[in-house]
Design a protein around this ligand. Structure first.
Ligand SMILES: [Fe+2]
Length: 234
């Protein structure tokens, strides 16, 4: 099949978080993603406030990633998904880039105000890197005040909407907000945030819907354009 999707957000490399538990589980997720049209898949283990990226954890993740990269039928790359915290502001964000890009993936905190996210995105910006803001449509701050999304986009930061939100898997409100972000051209990229076989790293179903609703401009939301990886530059 024609594989053209670039998925910048998934949890397919085992890392001790809530993503794939084993390398074999992760490879199943990669195989499934490839079968649903993904050409490049980024594994983005969580960096949580209480489960940070210690040197030991990083070494384990990188070793698991290397094993999987060699056995995966799609192009597997490594990055991380940062939950904003104050200690991250003291670190060099180059440590967390999505492999082969100048982008750093970070999530809007699911609850509470978005201040810590603005601080982290500014920190990444100042390092000459580009923030990608994961699933604003699923978060309390943006659902309560959608103008927060406008403020983030006005800073030039790419908003990433989850494919599952567009499909209604997180309920009607994130679904409606997700589509409105794409329709208003604030959302620049759609990713799977795939975690497990019951929540796989698939983009095809959301892409079919996006093509219906948005027409030709749907493709650039799915093909890595926002990361500088669109076909031709891969
Ligand atoms: Fe995620």
């Amino acid at each position: 099949m024609d594989r053209r999707f670039v998925d910048c957000h998934s949890h397919v490399v085992p890392s001790g978080d809530d993503g794939a538990a084993t390398i074999d589980d992760g490879l199943d997720l990669c195989r499934s993603a490839a079968g649903h049209g993904t050409a490049i898949l980024f594994a983005t283990p969580h960096v949580w406030p209480y489960f940070t990226l210690s040197a030991e954890r990083e070494a384990e993740i990188r070793a698991a990633y290397e094993q999987m990269r060699l056995r995966s039928e799609l192009e597997l790359r490594l990055g991380f998904e940062l939950t904003p915290t104050a200690p991250l502001l003291q670190e060099d964000p180059n440590r967390y880039v999505l492999g082969g890009t100048d982008c750093v993936l970070m999530e809007v905190p699911f609850s509470g105000p978005p201040d810590s996210l603005f601080a982290l995105a500014e920190h990444v910006d100042q390092a000459g890197l580009r923030p990608i803001i994961a699933h604003p449509e699923r978060t309390e701050a943006v659902l309560a005040d959608p103008s927060v999304a406008d403020q983030l986009a006005a800073r030039g930061w790419a908003l990433q909407v989850n494919a599952t939100s567009l499909l209604g898997r997180h309920g009607p409100e994130p679904q409606e907000l997700g589509w409105s972000l794409l329709e208003r051209e604030l959302g620049k990229v759609v990713a799977s945030d795939g975690h497990r076989m019951t929540r796989p790293a698939h983009l095809d179903e959301a892409y079919a819907l996006a093509e219906e609703r948005l027409g030709e401009r749907a493709l650039k939301l799915f093909d890595g354009t926002a990361l500088g990886l669109a076909r031709g530059s891969v």
